[in-house]
Design a protein around this ligand. Structure first.
Ligand SMILES: C[S@@+](CC[C@H](N)C(=O)[O-])C[C@H]1O[C@@H](n2cnc3c(N)ncnc32)[C@H](O)[C@@H]1O
Length: 212
């Protein structure tokens, strides 16, 4: 087994043991705003908890679920047994986007990418999205103020753990907000949790900035 395959089965339980319900609250923060979605791109959803909730809340949505871990995708397929979901076991950077998407979701995924990859991905997604497409994001963050250093330490420890467990090479949070802005997205809403160490954000593609 390689990469996230090694942790797939334990992922959910280790998440609950460390952060309780906080990561789930981030994932589902803006779910209700996606009820009308028709075409969704869900990158790195792991065991499929977000995709399952999306299918339940958005009756017409068709989902491209992309993950490079076969074991994670197997769990996702079991949890989301629906003809409305198409799974793709491939590196997101090599996935041929079948847009236009009106919903993109990346929960605790952008932190697995390098700065270059986040920039490239954001531009590719913008070019394959419908006007006003929404992008839901959950991730770790480094808040300003007194919690800056504890947050840095926590994020560093998590990267170290994932490096040991999955071989993840990335070691710091990429500047994904900047990448999204440069690709033409605009932040509509940001909800901090755990005093800003976690964040859930909803971004929208400005119609005039759409590349294609
Ligand atoms: C930290 S887990 C997050 C899982 C889930 N989204 C969540 O909210 O907990 C990252 C997921 O992204 C996948 N992943 C990481 N890098 C990837 C890449 N370059 N292409 C596709 N999937 C990737 C991993 O296999 C894993 O399932």
């Amino acid at each position: 087994m390689k990469g996230f395959d090694r942790v797939a089965r334990l992922y959910r339980w280790s998440e609950y043991a460390t952060f309780g319900p906080l990561l789930s609250r981030c994932r589902f923060e803006f779910l209700s705003s996606a009820e009308e979605a028709q075409r969704a791109l869900v990158l790195g959803d792991g065991d499929g908890r977000f995709t399952a909730a999306l299918l339940a809340s958005s009756p017409e949505v068709l989902v491209d679920a992309v993950d490079q871990s076969a074991e994670m995708l197997r769990l996702l397929s079991t949890r989301c047994a629906s003809e409305r979901v198409h799974t793709h076991c491939i590196d997101a950077m090599r996935f041929h986007l079948h847009g236009p998407y009106d919903l993109i979701a990346t929960h605790f995924f952008l932190d697995c990418l390098s700065t270059n990859d986040v920039e490239t991905l954001a531009l590719r997604i913008a070019a394959n999205s419908a006007p006003n497409a929404r992008w839901l994001i959950s991730d770790f963050d480094i808040p300003a103020g007194i919690l800056r250093w504890p947050a840095r330490l926590l994020v560093r420890s998590l990267y170290l753990a994932f490096r040991v467990l999955t071989g993840l090479r990335i070691q710091q949070l990429p500047p994904w907000r900047q990448a999204l802005e440069e690709a033409g997205f605009h932040c509509l809403q940001s909800v901090p949790r755990l005093r800003g160490i976690l964040v859930a954000e909803m971004w929208v593609l400005r119609p005039t900035m759409r590349v294609r």
